[in-house]
Design a binder for this molecule. Structure first.
Ligand code: VGL
Ligand code: ZN
Length: 234
């Protein structure tokens, strides 16, 4: 009788531990495109407002703190070939930031940026903190803002890597609020993750589209918070 009591107790405790683990979920960080070309710090070709050295150091401190708390860090990296069709220079007569139709969709024509193996394509955060770096935008004919894809509807390794590790909650930040952060966050929500975007760790190309991006993310079920303290991870 005594033996059965002990077995029940141990089984019950194991059950409670696993239930609480499932309820708490598993967090990971998705760090979006903190690369030289998107920063004014590195005089990037597409340096967005407020992306100075202090911003990058603030992001690095946040990433380090979350890593210390036990979260794995997944980083995305815009990674274009020189002849990429999102570059205005590959469309004779077009100017930077003009919008054209590509595959029937609006395509902003960007200054050349994040060209593979160039210095300003590098991620500015200590790369030893990363569990995985996911590259996107490698296909010449397709732009790709979402880290869950590489372009043309082909998935990157991000979703399967996260799901293999049992991750279900993502804390997300980086550049640019109105393009890659927005797209990666919304796709994350669509793919079944609980996504939290931390606004003061993001920088946007344009204030208007950044404001709209926050609305679009919220509508898609993404939780947008002002700062890391509001995330309440553990
Ligand atoms: C991005 C414009 C072009 C981004 C990437 O990382 O948000 N923006 N390519
Ligand atoms: Zn790009």
């Amino acid at each position: 009788m005594k033996k059965f009591g002990l077995i029940f107790l141990v089984t019950g405790m194991a059950l409670m531990v696993s239930i609480s683990a499932v309820m708490a979920g598993t967090w990971a960080v998705v760090l979006v495109d903190v690369q030289g070309d998107f920063t004014v710090w590195k005089k990037g070709s597409l340096g967005v407002a407020g992306s100075d050295e202090a911003y990058v150091k603030q992001v690095e401190a946040a990433v380090s703190e979350l890593k210390r708390k036990g979260l794995d860090i997944y980083a995305t990296q815009d990674w274009h070939p020189k002849n990429h069709l999102s570059f205005y220079t590959n469309h004779p007569g077009k100017k930077p930031f003009e919008v054209i139709k590509l595959h029937g969709e609006d395509q902003v024509l960007w200054p050349p940026h994040c060209v593979q193996n160039t210095e300003n394509a590098e991620i500015l955060i200590d790369n030893s903190l990363f569990t995985l770096v996911v590259q996107k935008g490698m296909l010449k004919d397709w732009d790709c803002y979402s880290g869950f894809y590489v372009g043309g509807g082909t998935k990157s390794a991000l979703e399967s890597a996260l799901k293999d590790e049992g991750v279900d909650k993502l804390v997300m930040f980086g550049i640019a609020t109105d393009y890659c952060v927005k797209s990666t966050a919304i796709d994350g929500a669509k793919l079944g993750f609980e996504v939290t975007v931390v606004k003061d760790l993001c920088r946007g190309v344009d204030p208007k589209t950044s404001k709209k991006a926050v609305e679009d993310m919220t509508d898609a079920g993404v939780r947008v918070v002002e700062n890391l303290d509001e995330v309440h991870i553990k």
